[in-house]
Design a protein around this ligand. Structure first.
Ligand code: SD4
Length: 339
């Protein structure tokens, strides 16, 4: 049990924002129904937000930005957009943004989506030359009657809507592609050496949820391939009544099982978030005889603030930011990766 900000006065909420990360803990002592802010283990119920979870180690920097937005009283949708945008801008990241690995024709193509508490959603798929596909996704949500724009049409729409393209040449990435071309071995596999999509789910102090997901997808994929990351229900699903979930790993496996949607629906039935992520992973394992080296991981926040994560193999860490924690948490897993 922890402090529920719902039970706090408006004045106290303003104090949380002012006090920042120490805010809730400080307020807890003076709050009638409060005990401690003990968001200890995944699956522990933290009574409502604020809370930010995101995939992999780069999630730490993303969470820090998202937290800053929340602490300044910003909208949770701004938090998940600006949080993952930090990773999109990091050109040393090889699976998010313009620094990502190219497809087999040498093009870096990006997928992203975003969804708010009320289920509004936007996405772009198979787009090139834009630094922040997550912002394109949000613009699709807010400025069009559609959910997904893809490829050349999405790029044209972005240009018409004030987004500026950016050309990035990274010698190391080109060298890796040229090296790959020598054998051109097509292995669309995400394992623990080759990962890094960023998915983020967050809850604001009032319990409102939002999520985002952005990636350059699988290295050396077929030109035109779209993964789970821009697909609502696969790479991300948010329903303010039930919870939010996001995925990382081999997108095809996640799409076939509507992975993030499954997690949220299981939580809607009352399942613990860690258990819900585990069940979604097990559905994938049951459906696929050959899971060799194929990593998939899920993260989730339930509408009451409980959270958790689970993956097929060990090695999937998620970044956690709450009022009293800022750390990388190893997700539970089904199997040990033997390499
Ligand atoms: C994809 N899910 O395009 C993404 C890849 C990924 O960690 O998550 N990598 O299939």
């Amino acid at each position: 049990m922890v402090v529920s900000l719902r039970t706090m006065s408006l004045q106290d909420r303003r104090r949380f924002i002012k006090l920042g990360s120490a805010g809730i803990a400080a307020l807890a002592t003076g709050c009638a129904d409060a005990t401690t802010n003990a968001a200890t283990e995944p699956g522990t119920v933290q009574a409502k937000g604020p809370l930010v979870l995101s995939t992999w180690k780069h999630g730490m920097a993303a969470n820090a930005k998202a937290w800053e937005v929340l602490r300044n009283g910003g909208d949770v949708l701004d938090a998940v957009e600006q949080g993952v945008a930090v990773v999109e801008s990091d050109l040393s990241n090889r699976s998010v943004g313009l620094g990502g690995m190219p497809d087999r024709d040498g093009h870096v193509t990006l997928d992203a989506c975003i969804q708010d508490h009320d289920g509004r959603a936007g996405a772009v798929a198979f787009v090139q030359r834009f630094e922040h596909p997550i912002s394109l996704a949000r613009a699709v949500m807010e400025r069009t009657p559609h959910v997904i724009l893809a490829g050349a049409g999405a790029e044209r729409w972005a240009l018409e809507n004030g987004f500026t393209p950016r050309d990035v040449e990274i010698p190391e990435v080109r060298a890796a592609w040229l090296e790959w071309l020598k054998k051109a071995e097509y292995k669309p596999v995400v394992n623990i050496e080759n990962h890094d999509t960023i998915g983020m789910v967050a809850m604001d102090p009032d319990g409102r949820l939002a999520g985002s997901c952005t990636t350059s997808g699988l290295a050396f994929k077929i030109h035109g391939r779209v993964g789970d990351s821009p697909i609502i229900g696969a790479g991300l699903f948010v329903d303010g009544e039930a919870g939010a979930a996001c995925a990382t790993g081999v997108g095809e496996l996640v799409i076939r099982t509507a992975g993030s949607h499954s997690v949220v629906e299981l939580m809607r039935q009352g399942m613990d978030p860690t258990e819900a992520c585990k069940e979604a992973v097990r559905r994938i394992i049951r459906q696929n005889k050959d899971m060799d080296g194929k990593q998939v991981g899920f993260l989730a926040i339930r509408a009451d603030g409980a959270f958790g994560g689970w993956s097929v193999y060990d090695g999937f860490d998620f970044a956690l930011r709450s009022t009293d924690r800022e750390e990388l948490v190893p997700a539970g897993h089904d199997r040990k990766w033997e390499g």
